[in-house]
Design a protein around this ligand. Structure first.
Ligand SMILES: Cc1cc2nc3c(=O)[nH]c(=O)nc-3n(C[C@H](O)[C@H](O)[C@H](O)COP(=O)(O)OP(=O)(O)OC[C@H]3O[C@@H](n4cnc5c(N)ncnc54)[C@H](O)[C@@H]3O)c2cc1C
Length: 779
């Protein structure tokens, strides 16, 4: 029955594809086919049409599976892919969305890390060393099977003590040797100047230089989704928003599971010969469903992560704090044109499905980060764009005895078989998901004689969805074929790989509009997520398909009405459904992303008055510190800076054009004014598109902004200078600045924009002081 559905879908997909092609060919405005013809590119990828969620649900109830996997995180999806690729009848159910657990809340690093090596050497732990070597190999495999989602990440370790320098350097070299052929690139030393060029805000006092080693970085949620989709392509039945509520035993073995479709509330049973529990940090809940007397094994630890504007970090390098003792506790990583900041907090006291970061945790994180930033750099709550808490699913060995106390958590992963033959895979990391999955399937085959087509795991060479036909010049190809901007092309190539062609070929020029002017996300992605990526709710789209909720919670609100509109049309949602979706996203943003409590909408942030706005985008360390617009290593395209503010249009003041001006000049003034008005309306319209009128937070009108800034400067000037030095008239040519500068200079306070960049009002040297003074005069 299932096979029939599958083949008929494949046929319809071919028919639909040809319709799309012919409609595109007819469109004379689209340069797509012309370019494609010239470049010889075949943009529409032959992506296999997957069964819909509804069809997967049908298959769930009607098939007897070899393995049923509970949990759609890294471990569960990896396991589903492994089992399906071996030819086993596989089902996977996920209570919420794929990667909605802690998989999407990781630090996005595929680590090895020299610290792990150092720890294993210190404790002479051979097993740990082996695991580390395996993790390094796995990192290389991940870079190979999904090159669009994984990339090399140079990690910089700043060194403040001369003694630490040779130790760190040696550690990194040992790390390179240990990785062997799986090493991404050799570690190297960076001088103090080069380090500060990469991280302009890094504390310079006492800095000796830094050591750089190479790790991997990935988009965790999209990687997990790619695993789930590839598993479906291999024939697995994968369903999100279906929760296991009961496990049923037959002949003393766990043989079927009671489930509830969370979206409809419908309950049903699924039969399977083996059940695998891959529920991460919540593993004990399912273990206790199987055997209520079983001792808990979860030993989770919390990590708080926040997203900051990109200028706090480097666009190319991650930063790992050395802390003098060479123990990394703080990481700072570039991600989606923002900087992610994270710290390992503590053991987790309470396990919840929706953990929320607390103010105390965020304060601790920010205060740690401040230690690595220049003294005059401000880093506060108002710089945060999003904040979340992740729980690492560490485990203890299962207790042998009821009263036995657990020892320290396992660094390794665990595959446990219960008395009822249920397999639990727990612990582990992103860097070991494939090994863990292969082991769990091997154990399942041992426990219940299953007969796969291929007895061995073969996922190390299996390219994931989007990796077929991916190449480094894909963004350029997309730009040439579809006439899209470079940052959009780069984002689509990174997130969808070769499927970006499919996404864009299906879209209309209208749906290639941005959802927010500061982000490269486009409307067609929402349609693609619903059609091809099993996105069921607005949260699925905004948090795990587009990732904007993790990057900027406020911008997510701006995009929400448009996304809701598109999804409502596609899914035929009633008004009640739409309200429910709004409630869900509100709950997600407020509880899990700290919106309102930790992350404030920008308009609510009280800004201090300013004297100077010269350092808005400008340098902090020296006036000529580089604006960090560098090409991304793996792509060759220019990364776009986040938050590109359109310069406000300033209307010329009428007083400047005195009444004595000639009639012809008056006319040109009126014309110019009209022209500017039209331009301003156009700009407002654009901004309005980005920020919906339903969700407030509209950016201020540019003219208003200009006037306000002007007023702020004026008041600052009046308040701050009780006895101002004689100011030159605005029309006068700029007079050379007096040296030494007058002591009457008012105390400097940060400007609204300068504040947002995180500058404290201390002046570092005369040059900065002078430029601030000049701005004061201009104001
Ligand atoms: C902050 C942080 C940083 C990390 N950093 C790194 C790193 O640098 N490198 C690295 O390699 N790893 C890292 N990790 C670890 C890595 O992210 C995790 O090991 C991995 O994602 C865990 O995946 P999982 O599938 O085991 O668990 P989860 O992702 O939590 O998945 C479990 C899933 O099971 C589902 N579920 C639960 N109960 C049920 C039920 N009854 N029915 C159906 N479904 C159910 C949940 O909804 C959930 O989606 C980090 C983790 C965190 C939190």
């Amino acid at each position: 029955m299932f096979m029939k559905v599958y083949t008929s879908i494949a046929r319809t997909s071919i028919a639909r594809t040809s319709i799309i092609r012919s409609s595109i060919r007819r469109s004379s405005t689209d340069s797509f086919w012309r370019n494609a013809l010239h470049s010889g590119v075949r943009p529409l990828s032959c992506q296999k049409q997957l069964p819909s969620r509804q069809e997967h649900l049908h298959a769930l109830t009607r098939t007897e599976f070899d393995v049923l996997i509970i949990g759609g995180g890294a471990a569960g999806c990896g396991c589903a892919l492994d089992a399906a690729a071996r030819g086993l009848k596989t089902a996977l159910v996920e209570a919420a969305d794929f990667a909605s657990g802690y998989t999407s809340k990781s630090s996005k690093v595929i680590d090895g890390g020299p610290t792990a090596l150092q720890n294993s050497i210190q404790s002479l732990d051979v097993a740990q060393l082996n695991l580390l070597r395996q993790a390094m190999k796995e990192r290389a495999v991940m870079l190979k099977i999904a090159p669009h989602l994984n990339r090399p990440m140079p990690m910089l370790m700043p060194i403040y003590s001369g003694l630490n320098m040779p130790i760190c350097w040696l550690g990194c070299k040992l790390y390179d040797m240990f990785a062997g052929s799986a090493n991404i690139k050799g570690s190297h030393f960076l001088s103090k100047e080069a380090t500060l060029d990469e991280f302009p805000l890094l504390r310079s006092k006492g800095l000796r230089g830094s050591v750089v080693y190479y790790d991997g970085q990935h988009d965790d949620a999209r990687m997990c989704l790619a695993l789930a989709i590839t598993a479906a392509q291999q024939g697995a039945t994968v369903v999100n928003h279906v929760e296991v509520i009961e496990l049923i035993k037959q002949d003393g073995c766990c043989r079927s599971a009671g489930m509830r479709d969370v979206l409809t509330g419908k309950e049903f049973y699924v039969n399977s010969r083996m059940v695998i529990n891959a529920t991460g940090a919540l593993t004990d809940l399912v273990r206790q469903m199987d055997d209520c007397k079983v001792q808990p094994i979860a030993a989770p630890s919390c990590t708080t992560m926040v997203s900051l504007p990109s200028y706090f970090g480097s666009p190319r390098y991650g930063l790992v704090s050395g802390n003098g003792s060479y123990n990394p506790s703080l990481v700072m990583l570039p991600w989606e044109n923002h900087t992610l900041l994270g710290i390992l907090n503590s053991d987790c006291e309470e396990l919840t499905k929706e953990p929320a970061p607390t103010q105390a945790q965020v304060d601790c994180l920010l205060s740690q980060a401040r230690k690595y930033l220049e003294e005059n750099v401000e880093l506060g709550n108002h710089h945060m764009r999003s904040a979340w808490m992740g729980i690492r699913p560490d485990v203890h060995w299962p207790y042998e005895h009821k009263y036995q106390k657990p020892t320290r958590p396992l660094q390794d992963y665990l595959v446990e078989v219960s008395d009822n033959n249920m397999i639990t895979m727990a612990g582990g990391r992103w860097s070991t998901y494939r090994l863990m999955a292969a082991k769990a399937v091997d154990v399942a085959m041992e426990c219940c004689p299953l007969e796969p087509e291929k007895p061995e795991s073969n996922t190390s060479n299996l390219l994931l969805d989007g990796a077929h036909g991916w190449h480094g010049l894909l963004p350029v190809e997309l730009m040439q074929c579809y006439d899209i901007q470079s940052d959009v092309a780069q984002h689509l190539a990174d997130a969808y790989g070769s499927n970006a062609h499919h996404l864009l070929a299906e879209s209309t020029p209208g749906s290639r509009r941005r959802l927010h002017c500061n982000f490269p996300y486009i409307e067609a992605e929402v349609q693609y997520a619903v059609r091809h990526e099993y996105a069921c709710t607005v949260v699925d789209v905004l948090a795990r398909r587009l990732r904007v909720a993790f990057v900027d919670a406020v911008a997510t609100l701006h995009m929400l009405p448009r996304v809701l509109h598109i999804m409502s049309r596609m899914k035929d949602w009633s008004e009640h459904d739409q309200k429910l979706q709004l409630l869900l996203i509100q709950k997600f943003l407020c509880r899990e992303m700290g919106l309102g409590s930790l992350v404030q909408p920008r308009s609510n942030v009280k800004r201090k008055q300013s004297v100077s706005s010269s350092e808005v985008d400008g340098p902090l360390r020296t006036p000529k510190a580089p604006r960090q617009l560098k090409t991304r290593q793996y792509s060759g395209l220019m990364a776009q800076p986040a938050y590109v503010e359109e310069p406000p249009i300033e209307l010329p003041k009428k007083s400047v054009l005195s009444k004595s001006t000639s009639p012809s000049q008056q006319l040109s003034y009126r014309q110019r004014k009209q022209q500017l008005k039209r331009k301003r309306i156009q700009q407002q319209k654009q901004q309005h598109m980005c920020a919906s009128n339903e969700v407030v937070l509209l950016p201020k009108k540019p003219v208003q902004q200009a006037i306000i800034r002007h007023k702020v400067c004026m008041t600052a000037k009046i308040k701050a200078t009780p006895t101002p030095p004689s100011l030159p008239s605005p029309n006068a040519s700029p007079t050379p600045l007096p040296t030494p500068l007058p002591t009457l200079l008012p105390p400097l306070t940060p400007s609204p924009k300068a504040d947002s960049v995180g500058i404290k009002p201390t002046c570092r040297n005369n040059t900065t002081l002078r430029s601030q003074w000049r701005n004061l005069l201009i104001c």
